[in-house]
Design a protein around this ligand. Structure first.
Ligand code: F6R
Length: 236
């Protein structure tokens, strides 16, 4: 495990962007697993800036996002597809057809999960998976008590996650109760994992996840068993 302490959020974003950019430079046709949420926004901004300077080329990159809310269309500004387009994809030279987010409007969610797992397999797996962490230790939408054996699946969101995400919606009732998420098994199969955690409210859970017992009560604790884990954190 490679633990990197950042001085502040900008530093965290730059360090995380450096890890991603090294991956893209070393393997231009790599598969990046991406996350949404507030933490990676600065990382995407930094990558966009370096792209604009001519330092990174995303033309051969493929991306697979971790998760998507059920019932939100790509045009809904709270959907994760919308988030990725507006925070990242629309600002770089990635081929949009190589950007993948689970389909929150699929007619059959079970089939959508299978399609997503098959897609990741056909791509040859994920070279680098970027992750944020929830205050309850969730990664993707894998909430406490999840089975470590799951690949992509449908989840009912925890009350605490609904409350945490309500800040992005006009009312808490608008937060969807279900999501499609890559499972812990999908995440653990990524060749490299980059976990980013920012702010004092992530300190306790990072401590538990990285140094406590490995248990489904803290989904991120499984990352202790990942052979190539980098954690960039700032608790200021
Ligand atoms: C987002 C995701 C979530 C977030 C987590 C932390 O795609 O999978 O697990 O990474 O909820 O969110 P922030 O960064 O907003 O604290």
């Amino acid at each position: 495990m490679n633990l990197i302490k950042a001085n502040d959020y900008n530093d965290l974003s730059r360090k995380a962007a450096n890890v991603i950019s090294a991956q893209v430079i070393l393997k231009p046709d790599c598969v990046l697993g991406l996350a949404t949420g507030s933490t990676p926004i600065g990382t995407y901004k930094q990558l966009v800036e370096w792209y604009k300077k001519g330092d990174i080329d995303f033309s051969q990159v493929t991306t697979v996002n971790l998760d998507e809310y059920c019932g939100l269309s790509p045009e809904n500004n709270q959907s994760y597809r919308y988030f990725m387009d507006h925070n990242f994809f629309l600002h770089i030279n990635i081929d949009r057809k190589n950007t993948n987010v689970p389909n929150g409007l699929a007619d059959n969610y079970e089939e959508e999960c299978t399609r997503y797992d098959n897609l990741i397999a056909e791509l040859g797996g994920i070279d680098l998976q970027l992750l944020g962490i929830g205050r309850n230790g969730h990664i993707g939408f894998n909430e406490p008590d999840i089975s470590f054996e799951k690949t992509t699946h449908i989840v009912n969101l925890d009350e605490s996650t609904i409350q945490a995400n309500a800040r992005f919606f006009s009312t808490i009732d608008e937060v969807p109760g279900k999501a499609i998420t890559m499972g812990i098994k999908s995440i653990m199969q990524a060749k490299k994992v980059l976990l980013i955690a920012n702010g004092p409210d992530k300190k306790d859970i990072i401590e538990k996840a990285l140094h406590g017992p490995v248990t489904p009560d803290v989904p991120a604790s499984i990352l202790q068993f990942h052979p190539d884990l980098t954690v960039v954190y700032c608790f200021e």
